[in-house]
Design a protein around this ligand. Structure first.
Ligand SMILES: [Zn+2]
Length: 132
């Protein structure tokens, strides 16, 4: 089995663009309203830019007005790994791809109330959109 969790930094530097490497491996955040997908509402699926795993569907994407792609849920169970993140003097929940460990974004509790109240705030850089 291809173990995506134990790839070397060299592997990722080669596979990812410098921008993707910064976000996915060094947990950087792209500036708001600059990413490729924050205003994309076509039908399709969003795949992990690191390993190609399907993570989100356009069915759960919504406009949170924050400048990053926002979803109220992942496409299935077990796709995402959540981790406590206390960087920058705040407590946030980091969202990672459970297959390759790539940083995707953060999870907040200000999502749409009728959908469970979650907002997965994800960097466009970490995703590849595949239109249906
Ligand atoms: Zn991945």
């Amino acid at each position: 089995m291809d173990d995506m969790q134990n790839k070397s930094e060299e592997y990722w530097k080669e596979k990812l663009t410098p921008k993707q490497y910064k976000v996915m491996r060094l947990s950087a955040t792209e500036p708001p309203f600059t990413g490729e997908y924050y205003a994309t509402f076509d039908n399709g699926v969003y795949k992990c830019a690191g390993c190609g795993e399907t993570l989100f569907s356009s069915d759960t994407k919504y406009d949170a007005g924050c400048g990053w792609p926002s979803f109220w849920n992942a496409i299935g169970d077990g796709k995402l790994e959540l981790k406590d993140d206390n960087s920058f003097g705040m407590h946030r929940i980091e969202v990672l791809c459970s297959k390759c460990g790539g940083h995707l974004g953060h999870l907040f509790d200000d999502g749409p109330g009728d959908k469970g109240g979650k907002r997965y705030c994800i960097n466009s850089t970490s995703l590849n959109f595949e239109k249906k």
